[in-house]
Design a protein around this ligand. Structure first.
Ligand code: NDP
Ligand code: MG
Length: 387
């Protein structure tokens, strides 16, 4: 039986992954090694018991007792804290889903990358913060990196059987999020509740807000650079409000290959789970007569400065990715607490990129984590008005 682990099993990507695992036979078909979560220990325990996991881990050390009592005498081992997450990600498994949200996913993703098996990557932040370290870990161990982000799965699928040197450009599609038709003035006063309500995709809170600012696309540009070894000039973004074309690759002869599908993450996750096979997935089949129309438009740099910031990060390198992501996460916390406005988030990221040392690639995980922590401290102080 294939041994699998899911890091971030209680989240949105975790739920889509578990749905596919359950449909494929659950504990009868897979040997579930580790499942991890953070605050939702009840769901974590229920899933771990149902799938007969070896270990369930909450990132929050203060919740260990809750997890233990929820697991009862099921025989599933309980563990807690950041080190326990890394230990769980290091347990031998044939396929690991990395779906923790934010830079918190970096250390466990690196541990999974060192296994030499298959790593399905939804946690884009680990590539944005430490792309070269993750790639080096995969290469050193012989780990197969399988993109689970829908755009990157699309690009991966478009590139199958193609020659890298003939790739001219990669076009990432973006839904434009809930504010794609709002003016800049209107965007100044939008609330967290409005920002989290994505028109096309049902996702976790963090990525939903990232979609509203288009920082999600900024992260994805950096993610694509590392995954597919691209130069900044080869990467483009186009707003495509229907989220049917997941991304496209353009070749030396002017031809483009696109991957299409309904906006359902089980498509990309299912591809990564079954790669290189294609199996029947529980996703809606597209009816082009009903769709009738697919729209494309250029993103507006005034309303979405995140895309300009991404170009700066692509030019500067890995440290700038760490700073952009940490500043964005800290600014998002301020926005969710209603301490700052929606457009202030990008301003704070700009300010952090000016204030912190950003050139070049970080040498080791400790350096990334220190830069991440420094950036968060600075941004939090700016939000509190202490600096
Ligand atoms: P969710 O917020 O729904 O889930 C996040 C998961 O991470 C949960 O299991 C959560 O646990 C856990 N978690 C939260 N904080 C921590 C922490 N500090 N340490 C360890 N674990 C933690 O996020 P999504 O599933 O939406 O996104 C997960 C990742 O996948 C992100 O990187 C996102 O950008 C990426 N992604 C998501 C897509 C989507 O459609 N949702 C699409 C493409 C990429 P708990 O819930 O128990 O607190
Ligand atoms: Mg995506």
């Amino acid at each position: 039986m294939r041994r699998i682990s899911i890091l971030g099993a209680t989240g949105s990507i975790g739920a889509s992954t578990l749905d596919l695992i359950d449909r494929a036979g659950g504990a009868e078909a897979f040997d579930v090694v580790a499942l991890t979560g953070n605050s939702n220990v009840a769901k974590l325990a229920e899933t771990a018991i149902r799938l007969r996991a070896d270990v369930a881990v909450t990132a929050d050390a203060a919740r260990l007792d809750d997890l233990r009592s929820a697991l009862g005498n099921s025989g599933v081992e309980a563990a807690a804290g950041p080190e326990a997450l890394v230990e769980a990600a290091s347990r031998p498994a044939d396929w690991i889903m990395s779906a923790i949200v934010g830079a918190a996913g970096l250390a466990p993703t690196l541990a999974a990358a060192r296994q030499g098996t298959a790593l399905a990557l939804a946690n884009k932040e680990s590539l944005v913060c430490a792309g070269q370290l993750v790639l080096d870990a995969c290469e050193g161990a012989g780990t197969q990196l399988l993109p689970a982000d829908s755009e990157h799965s699309a690009i991966f699928q478009c590139l199958c059987g193609e020659r890298q040197k003939e790739v001219e450009r990669v076009i990432l599609t973006a839904s434009g999020g809930p504010f794609r038709d709002r003016s800049r003035t209107e965007m100044e006063s939008v609330t967290p509740e409005q920002a989290v309500a994505h028109p096309n995709w049902d996702m976790g809170q963090g990525i939903s807000i990232d979609s509203a600012t288009m920082f999600n696309k900024a992260l994805e540009l950096v993610e694509a650079k590392y995954l597919f070894d691209l130069e900044p000039g080869q990467l483009e973004v186009i707003v495509h409000r229907q989220s049917i074309v997941h991304s496209m690759v353009g070749f030396a002869d002017g031809s483009l290959i696109a991957q299409l599908g309904p906006p359902d993450m089980r498509g990309a996750i299912g591809y990564a789970l079954n790669f290189p096979a294609r199996v029947d997935l529980p996703v809606e089949r597209l009816d082009f007569a009903k769709l009738a129309q697919l729209d494309f438009e250029a993103p507006d740099p005034d309303r979405f400065p995140s895309l300009r910031i991404a170009q700066e990060v692509l030019r500067k390198g890995g440290r700038a990715g760490t700073v952009m992501n940490a500043a964005k996460e800290a600014a998002m916390a301020g926005f969710l607490n209603k301490q700052i406005g929606f457009l202030d988030m990008a301003d704070l990221v700009d300010r952090a990129l000016d204030a912190l040392p950003c050139e070049g690639e970080p040498g080791a995980l400790d350096e990334v984590l220190a830069l991440d922590a420094d950036t968060r401290t600075r941004v939090a102080a700016w939000i509190e008005g202490r600096d």
